[in-house]
Design a binder for this molecule. Structure first.
Ligand code: URA
Length: 191
């Protein structure tokens, strides 16, 4: 993804000091994948492995995310993956509203550059940021909404799936729905 706008954005994120998370990061984690992807996946924020490498979703949750993509014949090269906050919150706590607000312009610029048709919120934090506050992931996941002309859906965060494998079936259904929509096929109702 070599072009000036991307390079500038990644440089700004790498040097960012807009919130306190810059003080404890090893690396900012801007995001990666296909810069012209139809599907953008948005997680919460980097964990320890991501902070160490500067790459999104490379730890255990990331491995499961790869499997979820593979289950619907998608790879990381097909999608663009990033997070609401680009620097790791200490002890993997949830990012604060102020941290999310400070970081949101970067995500907006990523959306403008990628122009995805479909945005997938991975977990409650991303959904609360992009869809509506106090998003109830168990009740509201799997339901399409529209955000600035894009189709947006939330599914469980892969870390939640690692904690509770009973959630896998719904996450798998969501992935199917995402794949179907990306192909422009009619959707089956699913809950
Ligand atoms: N969890 C996230 O939300 N994002 C990552 O990049 C890794 C784990």
């Amino acid at each position: 993804m070599r072009n000036e706008q991307w390079e500038k954005l990644y440089e700004e994120i790498g040097d960012c000091r807009l919130c306190g998370l810059c003080q404890t990061r090893a690396h900012a984690v801007p995001g990666e994948g296909n810069p012209q992807a139809e599907i953008m996946l948005v997680g919460e924020g980097p964990g320890a492995d991501e902070d160490a490498t500067g790459r999104p979703f490379v730890g255990r949750a990331g491995k499961l995310l790869d499997k979820m993509l593979d289950a619907v014949d998608l790879t990381r090269e097909d999608v663009y993956i990033c997070n609401v906050v680009k620097c790791r919150p200490p002890q993997n706590r949830n990012p604060s509203p102020e941290e999310m607000r400070a970081c949101l312009p970067y995500l907006r610029r990523q959306m403008e550059l990628v122009q995805p048709r479909i945005v997938v919120c991975l977990g409650k934090v991303a959904a609360s940021c992009l869809m509506h506050e106090n998003f109830a992931i168990t009740r509201e996941r799997g339901v399409w909404q529209t955000l600035e002309g894009r189709d947006v859906i939330a599914t469980f965060h892969p870390a939640a799936l690692l904690r509770d494998d009973r959630l896998l079936i719904d996450a798998w259904r969501d992935m199917q729905a995402i794949k179907t929509r990306s192909q422009g096929l009619p959707q089956e109702e699913h809950g």
